[in-house]
Design a protein around this ligand. Structure first.
Ligand code: NDP
Ligand code: 2IT
Length: 450
C-alpha cells in the first residue's frame, strides 16, 4: 500500500460522507479531523482497506430519533427531539453521554458519537462508542420540569439500552440530578434495579467515587504527563480554563492541587478573572449548588472581575484548558494564547479547538492534547463504575483516583508511542487518532462484515 493509494482511499470515503451527510457540519469536521491523520496507519494495514473499515466506521450502527413530549409548570405541552446514536460496538456496549442543550441536533450527536469511538478505545476499557441527547434547554427550568422531561425522554430511550447494550451517562446539561431522574424512570419501566445501565449515578445507589471529578482531573493528569515528558511541570504556572460546568470545575480543582494557578472560569454569558486563583469553594457554591451565572462569582469575590461576552483566551497564561463546548477556541483565540506564551493546550471539552487553530498551535511548538485523549478520564471512570456495579463492589476515593491516574498515564503513553510509530513524535492528534483507530479496526476485522 503506497502513501498515495491510502490517501486516495481516504479521500473517496470522505467524499461519500460529504454527499451523504452534507447537512451535518460538526460530524464532517470530526470525521475529517480523524481521516486526515490515518494515512500512515492504512499504509501499515492495507487489510483495513480491503475490509471496508473506514466505510463502516463513519456510518453509525443505529440512529434513534424520537419525540419527547412533556408538560411545563404552566401545564403547557412542550415537545423536544431526542437522539441516541449507537455508533460502534466492536469493542463493547455502546458507551457515551447524553447532552441536553438547545444546539443539539443529529450532526452534533454524530460528531460526539464518532469521537467517542476512538476515545473509548484509547481507555482500553472495552467499551464501544455512542452519544445521545436532546435540544431541551435546562437553563431556567424548575426541578419538576427537568424531572418530567427526563421521565418522558427515558420512556422512549429505555427500550434501546441496558447494561450489556448501551450505557448512557452525562454531558453538557446532564449531571447527577438528570441521571437520577433518568434512572428512576428506567427502574420503574423495567422493574429492574439494573445499576450498570447508566453511569454518573448518586454514590449511595451505585455511583462510583471520582466519576464526578474524573474528566477534569483526567485532563490535568494528561497535561501533567505531557509536561513531565519534557522535564516540565504544572507547579507555579498560570492556567486559563473555559467553562464552569462539571469538567471545568474539577480541572480547576486539580490544577490548584498540583500547585498551578487557574485564573479564569466562564459560561455562555462571559468570563471571570481572579488573579489570586479561582476559589474552588465559591465556584462550586455558585455553579453546582445555586446553578447561578458565573458573574455571581465576581460579585462575591472582592478582587475578581467579570468580563461580559469577551474571549477568555485573551487572559495571559502558560496552560490552557478549553472545557466548555465545540469550536470555542478559534484562530483568534490561539493567536492571543501564543502571544502570551502558552506552553500547553489540553482539551477538556470535545472538539473545542477549530482545525485551523489546532494547526497553528502545533506549528508554534505548543504541546496540544486532543479531547479524545485528554478528556477520556470521564468515560474511563464510567467504565470503572460499570465494573463495580457488575461485581456489586465499591472502591474508595483513593483507590479510584489511583486507577484514573494510571489510566491517564497509559492513554498518554500509548498516544505518544503511536505518534512516534507513525512518524510525527509529539503530534498527539495523530497519536490519539491512530492508536484508537487501529484498536477498533482490528476488532472489526476479527468480527467480519457486520
Ligand atoms: P456542563 O453542562 O456541566 O457545563 C458546560 C459549561 O460550558 C457551562 O459553563 C456552559 O455555560 C458552557 N457552555 C456550554 N455550551 C456553551 C456554548 N455554546 N457557548 C459558551 N459556553 C457554553 O458540561 P460538562 O462540563 O460536562 O461538559 C463540558 C465539555 O466537556 C463538553 O464539550 C462535553 O462534551 C465535554 N466532556 C464532558 C465529560 C463529562 O464527563 N461530563 C466527559 C468528556 C468530555 P452555560 O451554562 O452558560 O451554557
Ligand atoms: O464525552 C464524554 O466522554 C462524556 N460525556 C462521558 C461519557 C461517559 O459515558 O461517561
Amino acid at each position: 500500500m503506497t502513501h498515495a493509494a491510502a490517501k486516495a482511499h481516504i479521500e473517496a470515503v470522505a467524499e461519500t460522507a460529504r454527499t451523504r451527510s452534507h447537512n451535518e457540519p460538526e460530524f464532517l469536521q470530526a470525521m475529517d479531523e480523524v481521516l486526515d491523520t490515518l494515512v500512515p496507519a492504512l499504509v501499515e494495514h492495507p487489510e483495513f482497506i480491503e475490509a471496508g473499515i473506514l466505510e463502516r466506521l463513519i456510518e453509525p450502527e443505529r440512529q434513534i430519533i424520537f419525540r419527547v413530549p412533556w408538560l411545563d409548570d404552566q401545564n403547557r405541552v412542550q415537545v423536544n427531539r431526542g437522539f441516541r446514536v449507537q455508533f460502534n460496538s466492536a469493542l463493547g456496549p455502546f458507551k457515551g453521554g447524553l447532552r441536553f442543550h438547545s444546539s443539539v441536533n443529529l450532526s452534533v450527536i454524530k460528531f460526539l458519537g464518532f469521537e467517542q469511538i476512538f476515545k473509548n478505545a484509547l481507555t482500553r476499557q472495552r467499551i464501544g462508542g455512542g452519544k445521545g441527547g436532546s435540544d431541551f434547554d435546562p437553563h431556567g427550568k424548575s426541578d419538576a420540569e427537568v424531572m418530567r422531561f427526563c421521565q418522558s425522554f427515558m420512556t422512549e430511550l429505555y427500550r434501546h439500552i441496558d447494561d450489556q447494550t448501551d450505557v448512557p451517562a452525562g454531558d453538557i446539561g446532564v449531571g447527577a440530578r438528570e441521571i437520577g431522574y433518568l434512572f428512576g424512570q428506567y427502574r420503574r419501566l423495567t422493574g429492574r434495579h439494573e445499576s450498570g445501565v447508566l453511569t454518573g449515578k448518586g454514590k449511595v445507589w451505585g455511583g462510583a467515587e471520582v466519576r464526578t471529578e474524573a474528566t477534569g482531573y483526567g485532563a490535568v493528569f494528561f497535561a501533567q504527563e505531557m509536561l513531565n515528558r519534557t522535564g516540565e511541570d504544572i507547579d507555579g504556572r498560570r492556567a486559563v480554563v473555559s467553562g464552569s460546568g462539571n469538567v471545568a470545575i474539577y480541572a480547576i480543582e486539580k490544577i490548584t492541587q498540583l500547585g498551578g494557578v487557574p485564573v479564569t472560569a466562564s459560561d455562555s454569558s462571559g468570563y471571570v478573572v481572579d488573579e489570586q486563583g479561582i476559589d474552588i469553594g465559591l465556584l462550586k457554591q455558585v455553579k453546582e449548588v445555586e446553578r447561578a451565572r458565573i458573574s455571581e462569582y465576581a460579585a462575591r469575590k472582592p478582587n475578581a472581575r467579570f468580563v461580559a461576552n469577551g474571549s477568555v483566551w485573551d487572559v495571559p497564561a502558560e496552560l490552557a484548558f478549553p472545557c466548555a463546548t465545540q469550536n470555542e477556541l478559534t484562530v483568534q483565540g490561539a493567536r492571543a494564547l501564543l502571544d502570551s506564551g502558552v506552553r500547553i493546550v489540553a482539551e477538556g471539552a470535545n472538539m473545542p479547538t477549530t482545525p485551523e487553530a489546532v494547526v497553528m498551535l502545533q506549528q508554534s511548538g505548543v504541546l496540544f492534547a486532543p479531547g479524545k485523549a485528554a478528556n477520556s478520564g470521564g468515560v474511563a471512570t464510567s467504565a470503572l463504575e460499570m465494573s463495580q456495579n457488575a461485581a456489586r463492589d465499591r472502591w474508595d476515593f483513593e483507590q479510584s483516583e489511583t486507577r484514573l491516574r494510571a489510566i491517564m498515564r497509559d492513554v498518554h503513553d500509548s498516544t505518544y508511542e503511536a505518534s512516534e510509530r507513525f512518524g510525527r513524535p509529539g503530534d498527539y492528534v495523530l497519536g490519539a487518532n491512530t492508536a484508537g483507530f487501529v484498536t477498533v479496526a482490528e476488532a472489526m476485522l476479527d468480527q467480519g462484515v457486520i
